[in-house]
Design a protein around this ligand. Structure first.
Ligand code: ATP
Length: 494
């Protein structure tokens, strides 16, 4: 399965992660994009169960951010925006990564990653002072945009290509991560960019939303949508993609109150992860040491992936940078009149920005469970322990056998449930095999229709995690599933 190999960086070939990636592919969660043409690097397609999982996560985020908040509304802005948007946001000039090619291996690297890996090596060789010197020098050169300085640093520290083991490098150059595209007929075509973040669609609509939905500060605007980045090095499966999905919320506050709201949103987001079943020992709130010039505070929410603790979400205090710049470039006044303070101002912004694909990888990693055979006769198995409301299929209706009227009875139950729940139906193969198949895609409950059902209209409910079964009236199944598997049951815990 070469795509599995391709998805892993050399230092991330952790056995468990490899198993998660293979599982996602084999059981209909995620495929490499255009796989019949050997795939397209850093792009992936979601299969039937991956798509359902993604929609459930989206629904939980969307409802927790908008429906549950009297002062947050949602929008859906276009992916293509006026090109000046990216001048104002700073992406045209500054959304770059430094890269370098090794002429022998023909491999391309992000210079900062190469240097960080070398510093880690120095630490492991007992040279922490050298490592610190290297990282500090890199930080200074990058801040100054001094790429020749980075070239010299690579030479000074004799940094070599991990593959070719040579220092035969091209000059370091900046690479803009935005995808450009031409719109219109050739002679008068305009260059547009696919949005590298969804946030700017919110900023350019600030006044539209504030006025048309009559919002009063503090208020927020939420959005879910695709973003595109021409990442130099694609890594770790769906962790770093060129086309991915973001769920962002910009919260507009009076200047001077940003720290309070920054703390507030950190606390709120932590609870959200806990409700998703992520325990505190797997979560890390990592404050940024180096802030963007316009930011007053920033924190990464990291999850302990099998390949290390890595960012899934950023919470940023962005001041009035974006709105002020759009006002400048659009030559429009973008201000809010605050009736309580009796004055106008450009609001400050606290942003929560999470990658949906990274959440999916987090949930898959967290749910992937391998159990050994137990002494009381339970067979070894692999299953996905999703929180039931997120599971792609909530329950599978299974007639014990296809004959004697059991199938008719089971189909009747399935028809009764299917408008309210994502329920599966399977009638072929042994019941044990069918349980196994549902375990592999993380279905929390299996409902079996057997001979006793014909007599008293009860069914068995088998729980995925404990493998225990109990009998229940068929008429009570819908209520049972609603209590256990609805998104509402998660929302109530927030
Ligand atoms: P990184 O440092 O990992 O490149 P970032 O700090 O550039 O991420 P942001 O610009 O803050 O990321 O974007 C917000 C969120 O969008 C990230 O926390 C992440 O979940 C997601 N994201 C960013 N880039 C990618 C990508 N290439 N593939 C998948 N998700 C991404």
């Amino acid at each position: 399965m070469s795509f599995v190999e391709d998805s892993l960086s050399a230092n991330a070939s952790h056995h468990m992660f490899k198993a998660v990636v293979s599982h996602a592919y084999a059981y209909g969660f995620i495929y490499p994009s255009s796989a019949i043409y050997e795939g397209l690097q850093a792009t992936y397609d979601y299969g039937p169960y991956g798509t359902a999982l993604k929609r459930n996560v989206q629904e939980f985020w969307w409802k927790s951010m908008t429906q549950l908040q009297e002062n947050i509304v949602g929008i859906d802005a276009a992916i293509m925006m006026h090109p000046t948007t990216w001048k104002a946001s700073g992406h045209l000039d500054g959304f770059t990564d430094p890269m370098v090619d090794n002429k022998d291996s023909q491999k391309r690297y992000r210079v900062d990653w190469l240097i960080e890996a070398h510093a880690a090596q120095l630490v492991s060789q007992g040279q922490p002072t050298q490592a610190k010197k290297l990282l500090e020098a890199m930080g200074n050169y990058l801040a100054l945009g001094d790429l020749a300085g980075i070239d010299a640093l690579m030479q000074e520290f004799a940094i070599v290509c991990p593959l070719a083991k040579t220092a035969n490098w091209t000059a370091v150059r900046q690479f803009n991560l935005m995808f450009a595209t031409q719109v219109g007929a050739q002679e008068d075509a305009t260059t547009l960019y696919l949005r590298p973040e969804t946030a700017q669609g919110i900023f350019v609509n600030f006044l539209n939303v504030q006025k048309s939905a009559r919002m009063q500060i503090p208020f927020g605007i939420a959005q879910i949508g695709k973003a595109f980045r021409n990442e130099i090095v694609a890594r770790q499966f769906i962790f770093r993609m060129r086309e991915f999905e973001q769920m962002e919320m910009q919260f507009f506050v009076p200047p001077g109150t940003e720290q309070t709201w920054f703390d507030y949103w950190q606390a709120r987001r932590k609870v959200w992860y806990n409700v998703l079943g992520i325990s505190d020992d797997k979560l890390r709130f990592h404050p940024h040491q180096q802030l963007a010039h316009y930011a007053t505070a920033a924190v990464d929410i990291e999850y302990a992936f099998p390949f290390g603790s890595k960012e899934v979400e950023g919470i940023h205090s962005r001041t009035d940078f974006d709105l002020r710049n759009h006002a400048h470039y659009a030559r429009k006044k973008i201000e809010y009149f605050d009736p309580e303070l009796n004055k106008s101002y450009i609001p400050y912004v606290i942003e929560t920005s999470v990658g949906l694909d990274r959440l999916i990888l987090m949930l898959l990693s967290n749910a992937f469970t391998q159990e050994k055979e137990t002494t009381d006769g339970c067979k070894a198995r692999t299953y996905l322990k999703f929180p039931p409301p997120l599971a792609p299929i909530k329950a599978a209706v299974l007639p014990l056998v296809k004959k004697d009227g059991l199938e008719t009875k089971a189909l009747k139950l399935w028809n009764h449930l299917k408008c309210d729940f994502a329920v599966g139906y399977e009638a072929t193969q042994s019941i044990g095999r069918r349980y196994t198949r549902q375990d592999l895609i993380g279905t929390p409950y299996c409902i079996t229709v057997d001979y006793q059902t014909l007599e008293d209209d009860t069914v068995t409910i088998r729980a995925r995690d404990s493998r225990e079964q109990h009998r229940m009236d068929a008429a009570a199944v819908a209520d049972f599933l609603h209590n256990k598997t609805s998104i509402k049951s998660l929302l109530l815990q927030l």
